[in-house]
Ligand binder design. Structure first.
Ligand code: ATP
Length: 193
C-alpha cells in the first residue's frame, strides 16, 4: 500500500505486506485504522461514513503538528497476481484512487485511467472489495454474529464468491430490459411507418 495525503499520512508512505499475517501496532490515534480505511477507499468505497468521515474530502490530510494540509489524497494498492487470480496478463495489479479538495477524483488500473466499475470487476476476482467483507472494522464482528440468518447467508455467499455472479446477472438483466425497451420502441416506429 502506498499512501500520500491520505488522513494521517501527509507524505508518501509505503507499507509492504508479505504473505502470512501482518500486525500493525501503535498507540491510540496513531493511524492504524486509517490504513484499513485506505484499503477500503482505494477499492472504491463511496460512503464517507464507511471511512469515518462526514464528507469524502475528509480523507485528505487536513494539517497538524506543523505540517500543512494537503490538496489531494492518493492511495495505491499493488496486488501480487503471480497466481493469476485476476484474469489479466499482469504479474502485479495496481489500483489507484485520487481525490482533490474540489471533489475531482480518478481511478487508475496499472496507471491507466479507468472507471470505478472496472476496479470493482477486477476486485471481484480476488475476493477483495468493499462488499466482500474482506475488511471487517471495529464493532462489525459482533454485528455479524448477531445478524439475522438471511443477512448472514448473504454474507457467507459473498465470502464464497457468489456475489460477483449475482452482480453480473443483475447487470445482464438490466441490459436485457433496456434492449427490450429499445425493441418495443423500434416496433412502434415500424408500425407507424
Ligand atoms: P485506535 O487505536 O484508537 O483505534 P488508531 O491507531 O486506529 O486508533 P486512527 O483512528 O487510524 O487511529 O487515526 C486517527 C488519527 O488520524 C487522529 O489522530 C486523526 O487526527 C487523524 N486523522 C484522521 N483524518 C485526518 C485528516 N484528514 N487529516 C489529518 N489527520 C487525520
Amino acid at each position: 500500500i502506498s499512501l500520500k495525503g491520505f488522513k494521517s499520512f501527509p507524505d508518501r508512505t509505503r507499507l509492504e505486506f508479505t504473505p502470512g499475517v501482518s500486525v500493525v501496532v501503535g498507540p491510540n490515534g496513531s493511524g492504524k485504522s486509517n490504513i484499513t480505511d485506505a484499503v477500503l477507499w482505494a477499492m472504491g468505497e463511496q460512503s464517507p461514513l464507511a471511512v469515518r468521515g462526514q464528507s469524502m474530502q475528509d480523507v485528505i490530510f487536513g494539517g497538524g503538528k506543523g505540517v500543512q494540509a494537503r490538496s489531494a489524497a492518493e492511495v495505491e494498492l499493488v496486488l501480487d497476481n503471480a497466481d493469476g487470480a485476476v484474469d489479466l496478463p499482469l504479474g502485479e495489479i495496481s489500483i489507484l484512487r485520487r481525490l482533490d479538495r474540489s471533489g475531482e477524483g480518478e481511478y487508475r488500473l496499472n496507471g491507466a485511467r479507468c472507471r470505478l466499475v472496472d476496479i470493482l470487476e477486477v476486485l471481484s476476482d480476488t475476493g477483495l472489495g468493499k462488499e466482500s467483507h474482506s475488511v471487517v472494522s471495529q464493532g462489525r464482528v459482533e454485528a455479524i454474529v448477531t445478524s439475522k440468518p438471511r443477512d448472514r447467508r448473504l454474507l457467507i455467499e459473498e465470502a464464497a464468491g457468489l456475489g460477483k455472479h449475482r452482480k453480473r446477472r443483475r447487470r445482464a438483466q438490466l441490459k436485457l430490459e433496456r434492449t427490450q425497451d429499445n425493441l418495443d420502441r423500434a416496433l412502434d416506429i415500424e408500425r407507424e411507418a
